[in-house]
Design a protein around this ligand. Structure first.
Ligand SMILES: [Zn+2]
Length: 221
């Protein structure tokens, strides 16, 4: 863990143009303009923040985990990572990170995967996929663009620890984040961000205890 390169930001929360605390388990959707800086704060530590990004001018041009991994030749996201879209555009660049590593392989929890991974009686439990769908279906984009079920694809799990073993196995481990850790991204184009502040109660990624996060946006200084 100590080998992580941690990068702090100089931006002051008091100067943010947007500041919102998202309760545990809730969803959030917002447009971030080109040149603006977007910060997600893990307020209490070890919260998984499932996130999708779209090009605001063309919602079918969306975050691509595969292209991001290939371009940077690394499976983890941290400072310097350029979040690539399905059409090869850079949507966001991570410019500060005090956690050190974020996952983009583990996917978002869903009612179906909860049943498979944990138990059949977990089906009723709220899952990230529900929050994504609710946000997507309620969103009205530029020019009347809509998001649909098929647009909910590979996501980022900020603050989530999903190490890959030497044998190539994915493991869901205790979080490496802590109270007050944050990740900060600069928008390279106008972007629509969708967050599910993971409601998961069966997975050590959030210490079985979903907690609130803070989202802030600054204009280009
Ligand atoms: Zn989840």
């Amino acid at each position: 863990m100590s080998t992580f390169i941690l990068t702090e930001s100089k931006l002051e929360p008091a100067k943010a143009i947007y500041d919102f605390t998202l309760p545990a388990g809730d969803g959030w959707m917002h447009e971030i303009k080109r040149g603006q800086t977007f910060r997600i704060v893990d307020l209490e530590g070890n919260q998984a923040v499932d996130t999708l990004f779209y090009n605001a001018h063309d919602l079918s041009d969306r975050y691509s985990a595969q292209d991001t991994i290939r371009e940077q030749r690394n499976i983890y996201l941290t400072t310097g990572t350029k979040l690539m879209s399905t059409r090869g555009n850079v949507l966001m660049t991570i410019v500060a990170d005090t956690c050190g590593r974020h996952d983009t392989l583990g996917g978002a929890c869903a009612q179906e995967s909860n049943m498979v991974r944990y138990a059949l009686d977990k089906r009723h439990m709220h899952a990230c996929r529900n929050s994504f769908l609710k946000g997507a279906l309620e969103w009205s984009g530029r020019g009347g663009q809509r998001l649909e079920k098929r647009d909910i694809t590979s996501n980022i799990n900020f603050f989530m620890n999903v190490p890959v073993t030497p044998k190539g196995e994915l493991t869901f481990e205790d979080g490496i984040s802590d109270a007050g850790k944050y990740v900060e991204l600069e928008a390279e184009v106008d972007v629509v961000a969708v967050i599910s502040n993971c409601p998961q109660l069966n997975n050590p990624c959030n210490a079985y205890d979903p907690t609130p996060i803070q989202v802030l946006i600054w204009d280009r200084s």
